[in-house]
Design a protein around this ligand. Structure first.
Ligand code: SAH
Ligand code: SF4
Ligand code: F3S
Length: 443
């Protein structure tokens, strides 16, 4: 109960990647353990938690705007506890208090498990709490997890990143790579299966380097094979693969597996070797092309998606043309495209040859136009085919329609028949294709 004798409630707002979504689930789990229930609206909450991202300036701007909005709620309810967690909290620490005096606590990425204690501390003393460790003292201990999605679960297999791509802030805010023991991950996968989850996404900033931080540790292929052995899980996915570390053993394990989806997300970032080298990516465009050929030979019909940054410092028109040429040649199913964003403290932020915003935007538009044409063309090729879809639930915009995903991770929408339940694997005949969505009917 809160001070007004009402049920205590929390509200979470999450920015950034799947890792952050999963961290929010673990933060929510701790609040649930303290007797809080979830509030749909921030105005109904006793605790509001913002889990932040700082990978690009655009994300940070949005978050500062959101934090500013909450000031009004705090003014109306002085007992309201507002906390900022995640990557921006790790980076900016007590600067956040100065910027927004209505914040009660700042929780770093290595301190997720301390939330319960901090809420209790603030409740008693009403002081501010800064909990930001520079390093994880040990692997994050098990904390209760509340998952909103009851069908697909995120399962972290490792934390941190050792790659230091020159544009990227993640290694500074997530620390060095730490892999969880294989038995622990497999045990959690079995628990998720027992709870009725059908899909698991194994999470890490660079899953292909799973286990490399410890001598004698199982590697990523071993882990995939072990999770594939868990009964009851229909689909296994993983995020994110680094093209430099993807190897024949992993590809072969995926080929032979029962449940690992035929979808490869391999961020290329750029198509020019000069840019790739300046980014410290550790592969060439030719090596990437070979990797794609190897995957397509081993796993026919595999879908392929990527991330691309335009306007990295020093990127000339010719270098950018190399990216367009690679995209045209490889034909990704989808690409997540970003304007390069200067992150202070990273090497690229102070490199010569920063690209004007107008040039970056013009390049992004050309890249997106090209990729959209390719995505649509690939999807049109699926019209008339039957495809296995995992039912996720009602379509967001129309209660008469259902929504799910193919093994290739494409979104499919169809008219509800009443015979499909969330969590079922159904067969859908594709009738129309759009750039990001397929539409069809239940076969
Ligand atoms: N560990 C993952 C995800 C990193 S963040 C990986 O290596 O793929 C997700 C994407 O954000 C990256 O793939 C990259 O394309 C993009 N990104 C990272 N830092 C960026 C920056 N400073 N500016 C623009 N895009 C960035
Ligand atoms: Fe960032 Fe590179 Fe690590 Fe991905 S692999 S999180 S892009 S440093
Ligand atoms: Fe953002 Fe942190 Fe993920 S910076 S992309 S939330 S690891």
């Amino acid at each position: 109960m809160n001070d007004n004798g009402k049920q205590k409630k929390y509200h979470t707002i999450t920015y950034g990647c799947q890792m952050n979504e999963n961290d929010t689930e673990r933060l929510a789990g701790q609040l649930r353990a303290l007797g809080y229930e979830e509030a749909d609206r921030p105005a109904d909450a006793d605790v509001i938690l913002i889990n932040t991202c700082c990978v690009r300036e655009s994300a940070e701007k949005k978050i500062h705007g959101k934090i500013g909005e909450l000031k009004r709620l705090k003014a109306g309810n002085p007992n309201l506890i507002i906390g900022v967690a995640g990557c921006m909290a790790q980076k900016d620490r007590d600067k956040l208090f100065k910027r927004a005096p209505h914040i009660d606590f700042v929780l770093g990425t290595h301190n997720i498990h301390q939330l319960g204690g901090i809420i209790a501390e603030i409740g008693q003393a009403r002081g501010r709490v800064l909990a930001v460790w520079d390093q994880a003292e040990r692997l994050a201990p098990g904390v209760p997890t509340i998952r909103k999605n009851k069908i697909a679960a995120w399962l972290p297999i490792m934390y941190g990143c050792n790659n230091f791509c020159t544009y990227c802030i993640v290694p500074y805010v997530r620390g060095r790579e730490r892999s969880r023991p294989l038995e622990e991950v497999v045990g959690e996968a079995a628990e998720l299966a027992a709870q009725g989850f059908r899909e698991i996404t194994l999470l890490g900033q660079n899953v292909n380097s799973y286990g490399k931080d410890e001598a004698g540790h199982a590697d990523f292929a071993d882990l995939l094979a072990a999770v594939d052995g868990v009964e009851g899980i229909a689909r296994i996915r993983y995020m994110t693969s680094h093209p430099r570390d993807m190897n024949a053993k992993v590809i072969d394990t995926i080929r032979r597996s029962r449940h690992v989806c035929e979808h490869f997300h391999l961020p290329i970032q750029a198509g020019s070797d000069a840019v790739l080298q300046a980014m410290n990516r550790g592969y060439t465009a030719a090596a990437y092309r070979e990797l794609v050929a190897e995957i397509r030979a081993a796993v026919p019909g595999a879908s392929l998606t990527t991330d691309i940054i335009v306007g990295f410092p020093g990127e000339t028109d010719e270098m950018f043309a190399d990216t367009l040429a690679l995209v045209e040649e490889v034909r990704f199913d989808a690409a997540y495209t970003f304007l390069y964003s200067q992150r202070s403290g990273t090497p690229a932020a102070t490199m010569a040859g920063q690209i004007p915003l107008a040039v970056k935007k013009e390049r992004l538009k050309r890249l997106m136009d090209l990729q959209n044409d390719i995505s649509l063309d690939i999807n049109r090729g699926l019209v008339g085919t039957e495809t296995e879809v995992l039912v996720e639930g009602e379509s967001k915009n129309d209660a008469n329609k259902m929504m799910g995903r193919t093994r290739a991770n494409k979104i499919v929408i169809w008219d509800r028949t009443g015979n499909e339940q969330t969590g079922d694997l159904v067969t859908v005949t594709i009738e129309t294709a759009q750039t990001w969505v397929l539409k069809g009917k239940l076969a």
